[in-house]
Every structure is written in C-alpha cells, then in structure tokens.
Design a protein around this ligand. Structure first.
Ligand code: SF4
Length: 426
C-alpha cells in the first residue's frame, strides 16, 4: 500500500490536548469502550463453561459410576479411569444417544484407528449437545478414514530425530517423546500416527539414550517431555527422568506436555505434585479447547499444580466446529485465566491425514486475534501459530498493526481500527 503519513487524513481523536473538558471526554470514551464489547457480553451468556454445567455433570458422573458398579473412590483414582476408558461403540451407546449412522461410522473407524475416552471426559460429553465441541474432539467421525488429504507427519518429526525418542527443530531446545499413551485419543491429534494398537511407554534404555544426547549437547537449555501424554508415566519413572534432567547443568528449564488437566484431572495427585515440586522450574502446557472443558475438577488439578510451583500455559488448537468463533475463544481464555492457566498459543490445525475436517481458514484465526487484542486483557491474548511444514517450526500469524514505516515515522492501526501516525524521537 502507498505510505500515507498525512495526519489530516488519519484519526487522532484521542489527543488529550484537543479535549476541553477531560472528565467529560473520559466519560464519553468509557461509553464508547463499553459499546465495543456489547456483542461479546451478550454472546458469552450462551456459551456455558464447565462450571455452569456442574449439576448435569454430576448426573452424568453418577450414571457412569452406576453402570460400572464403581465408587466415588474409583472415580478419583486415575488408574481406574484409565482402565475404564470407553473404547467400544456398545459401551458408548449406553451413555450417549447414537444414531444407526453414528454407530456404523464409529465401528468403521474402529477398524483402522484406536479411540478411547476417559469416564471423566465422557461425563463432560454427556453434558454437551450431540456432535457438539466435546463430542467432535472425542468420538470418531467417518471423515477420519474417508479423508485422503494431508500427510501422516506434516511436521516431519521422523526427519528431525537426531537420537532415539528425541525431536529437535530449534537451536536451544528439544522434545523427549516418552509414551504413546493418552487418557483420551483426541480425534484431531497431530501425532495420531503414533497411537498404534497398544499403549507403549518408551523403555528405560531408550530414555537413557535421549538423556545422553541432552548431556552431550550443551546448547540445550530447555527440554520438553511429551508423548502421547507425558503425565501418564508413573510417578517413579517421572521422578527418575526429571531428576536426571535436573542434574544436567545446562538444562535450565523442563517442560511437560500433557492434556490430563482436561481429560483426566484425577491424575494430578498429591504424590505427583510432591515430586514435581522437587525439580523447579517446571512449565506445563496443556490443551483446553473449549470453555466446557474448564470444570471444577480441572480447576482443582490446576490449583494443585500451581501450589507445587508449576507454571501453567494453554496451547489451544483452532478446530472447526469446536472453537473457530471469536466469542468462544475469548470466553475460553477468560475461563483459563480464572483457573490460573495462561493462554499461550492458538495452533492452526495441521494438515494431518484424517483430521482435515477440523481445519479452519486462516481468516477464522485472524478474526479471533483481531477480536482479542485490545478488547480484552493482554494476558488473555495468546500467539496464533502456524507450524511451517517439514519441521521449519512455529510461525506467528497476526493481524497487521504496523501499516507503514518510513525512517522514524510509523503508521499504526490500533485495535479499534484507527489509523494513527507515530513518530519515534530521533
Ligand atoms: S492428548 Fe495430545 S497426544 Fe494425546 S491424543 Fe490428545 S492431542 Fe494427541
């Protein structure tokens, strides 16, 4: 675009020197600001969070416990939750209303890909509408096997593994992949190629090789333990692995990738927190994708992690039919901040075969970012990311706020879409 710095053609209505009565101007401004979020204030009432559906959740939970002849103690035991993951269509049909077509499609997918839903997450699905945002994330859809677009490994993870269990795409950090097990196999998962037919933790000798690679490469200051779901390792293995990393002088921080605060909050136990507390600093990034997933039980898990000194962040995935709506994403970020989870990234869904029905347009992502910046706290504004193919890494995508630059003169576009010239003093 042509650079236009002529202030007579730009808006500068906020220049305080041009305002005669400051209080009057401030009141007028406050009224304008209030008006800018009226659409969100009306919309958020219709977007329930997990806290709003606590009564329905309780009824669903009781129905599952009764069907499994289980107790309250069982429900709070993460091993029980894992052993009772729902993996068969007949079991699922006892709890959610499936049409004949649903049953046929789920059965067809089952022949190709594993699926599993923790009883906890199933109770949330039972509070959701059929084919709603939680259903779409957890219950197989036939598009997973009819979709021929995309690739199994668009990030070329298999080409960026310099040592067993390691993925390295950046100069100073890497991933150790410790398991293929998850509490729930999310239908949009980017690592679905690793799910296989059985749960499989990486053996100790493989993890030793990964640790040796970290030890030998002194520029590695940040190690992400992920999977699958890293917190499905048992406490003894986690204790050993974190202890080994803590003993490497150049490893400054440890990160854990896990979805258990969303899909299996019972995994966050006092003993797990006691071991995490021994190895600061630990950062946990999880993946809440919809406000319905922010529940009293997930809050309890997050509170325990925070008390153990863990710093919590959220990496949402932008998913068609789940959260590709500015109001839903804003409410999600507000709910997350209330449970002390900082919105960190919004990932554009990757071009993974069998999941492309979840992919939205980039315009959807940009509209979400445009409706966050300025309209709400900066804390509630994550970075929108597209993962460049072939392992070229995370690439931030943002609306354009710097329209032009000439020397020390800038032309800014504010969050309210006002064009403002700005001169940097030389
Ligand atoms: S928890 Fe993460 S790794 Fe596991 S299925 Fe879901 S998205 Fe994939």
């Amino acid at each position: 675009m042509a650079i236009e710095f002529n202030s007579s053609k730009t808006e500068n209505t906020l220049n305080p020197e041009s305002m005669k009565n400051k209080r009057e101007a401030a009141l007028k401004r406050a009224a304008i600001l209030r008006e800018t979020i009226q659409d969100y204030l009306a919309a958020r009432e219709k977007i329930p969070s997990g806290f709003d559906l606590a009564n329905q959740y309780e009824q669903a939970r009781e129905a599952i416990l009764k069907a499994f002849e289980a107790t309250e103690e069982n429900w709070n035991d993460w091993h029980w939750q894992l052993r009772h993951r729902i993996t068969e269509v007949d079991t699922l049909a006892r709890f959610v209303s499936l049409s004949d077509q649903d049953r046929e499609e789920i059965a067809a997918v089952s022949g190709h890909l594993r699926w599993a839903i923790s009883p906890y997450y199933l109770a949330l699905v039972m509070c959701d509408e059929p084919h709603g945002p939680l259903w779409r994330q957890s219950i197989p859809s036939v598009q997973e096997i009819t979709d021929t677009n995309g690739s199994d490994d668009p990030m070329a993870e298999s080409w960026t593994s310099p040592a067993p269990a390691i993925t390295r795409r950046y100069p100073d950090r890497l991933i150790i992949n410790v398991t293929n097990q998850c509490a729930m196999f999310c239908r949009h998962c980017q690592r679905r190629r690793n799910i296989g037919r059985v749960d499989c933790h990486k053996p100790r000798h493989t993890l030793e090789k990964a640790l040796n690679y970290v030890r030998k490469n002194r520029e590695i200051r940040d190690v992400l333990i992920t999977g699958g779901d890293a917190l499905l390792l048992d406490d003894l293995v986690l204790d050993w692995l974190l202890g080994e990393l803590q003993a490497i002088p150049h490893v400054e921080i440890k990160r854990i990738g896990t979805r258990v605060p969303v899909t299996l909050p019972q995994r966050i136990t006092p003993s797990l927190c006691a071991l995490l507390e021994k190895y600061p600093p630990i950062y946990i990034n999880t993946q809440f994708n919809h406000p319905l997933e922010v529940t009293p039980e997930s809050k309890r898990a997050c509170d325990m992690l925070v008390r153990a000194g863990v710093v919590l962040g959220n990496q949402a995935v932008l998913l068609r039919g789940v959260n590709n709506n500015p109001h839903v994403m804003k409410k999600l970020n507000h709910e997350l901040l209330k449970v002390r989870v900082r919105p960190y990234y919004i990932f554009h869904a990757k071009n993974v075969r069998g999941t492309t029905h979840f992919i939205t347009s980039v315009d959807d992502g940009l509209a979400i970012m445009e409706n966050l910046r300025g309209y709400t706290s900066g804390l509630a504004v994550p970075t929108y990311i597209i993962n460049a193919p072939y392992g070229h890494g995370k690439t931030p995508i943002a609306p354009n706020y710097l329209l032009a630059k000439r020397g020390n003169q800038l032309l800014l576009r504010t969050w309210e879409n006002k064009i403002i010239p700005y001169e940097i003093p030389s």
